[in-house]
Design a protein around this ligand. Sequence first.
Ligand code: UDP
Ligand code: MG
Length: 342
Amino acid sequence: MDFPATSPELSVIIPVYNEEAGLAALFQRLYPALDALDTSYEVIFINDGSRDKSAALLAQQFHVRPDTTRVILLNGNYGQHMAILAGFEQSRGDIVVTLDADLQNPPEEIGKLVAKMREGYDYVGTIRQQRQDSLWRKKASRAMNRLRERITKIRMTDQGCMLRAYSRHIIDTINRCGEINTFIPALAYTFAQNPIEVDVAHEERFAGESKYSLYSLIRLNFDLVTGFSVVPLQWLSFIGVILSVGSAGLFVLLLIRRFMFGAEVQGVFTLFAITFFMLGVIIFALGLLGEYIGRIYQQVRARPRYLVQTILEQRDGLPIATKPLQEAVQQVAAVTREENGR
Ligand code: UDP
Ligand code: MG
């Protein structure tokens, strides 16, 4: 890769998936906020296989600000965290900030994170003040936060907020990892030597809807649990021991009653209930094992984690696309047409 001689101080990484309705507003607030910081910066947008006009809008923005904008178009939807990893690999800044494209994280807060990084911290986490999300999301994330506190060594108040800053050292380490199913704030934390948290504002989504379905949220939280802890496996062993001891006690009790009262058939349904409970525990245990094994399987296949369709950036003062831009945008347009035709 031919990097320019001078790297910017700040890289801002933004994953984009079907965000056409909000991108214009994002550009309008992001660039002035970054210009106001009075530092050298690059904004890296990663189009995570959007099926709307997002790719075309990003390409347009690249032509408006080619000096500070880089666009990575992935060839499919790999998920927010993978898109950010793709951005990390291309980033050059000493300070790397991640941001959501939906304006839930105000771009004006980036300055606060940069100031903290300049004080010498290598990881600036964030705590959302008055989080603007649905009640059940807030409750569910609080529960997940508590679970993570118990089963990992990761100490953070609000794991879900993606507006965070990382040092070049942390990013380089993450780039060496090759993780597939991961949770970036937690992964970065494991490499941080001097982390700190700051309060940031949180807003409602500017346009569109959350790109996470209930299913993808559950998957993401499994990534967090299995990716950073084996404690659940140990819990399974404990549950197994407790259940075995309980069953042995029950057996002894039934044996004694057999000699005292002779053969009994009452209590069959209690026995059913106990059996079904045990079955439930076993299936849960199998599922949990499967979660770990599935991830091992994905990791050992060592396939490329994502495919980059094209990168739009400026080299030696000239805008270039690793594949002709027209072709890439046309492909996206074709997919959009196909979708609409269905
Ligand atoms: N996103 C992505 N790929 C996905 C899902 C989401 O790149 O498969 C991006 C999305 O465009 C946004 C960010 O990740 O910039 C956060 O997504 P969202 O706002 O939907 O999540 P929420 O705020 O509901 O947690
Ligand atoms: Mg959001």
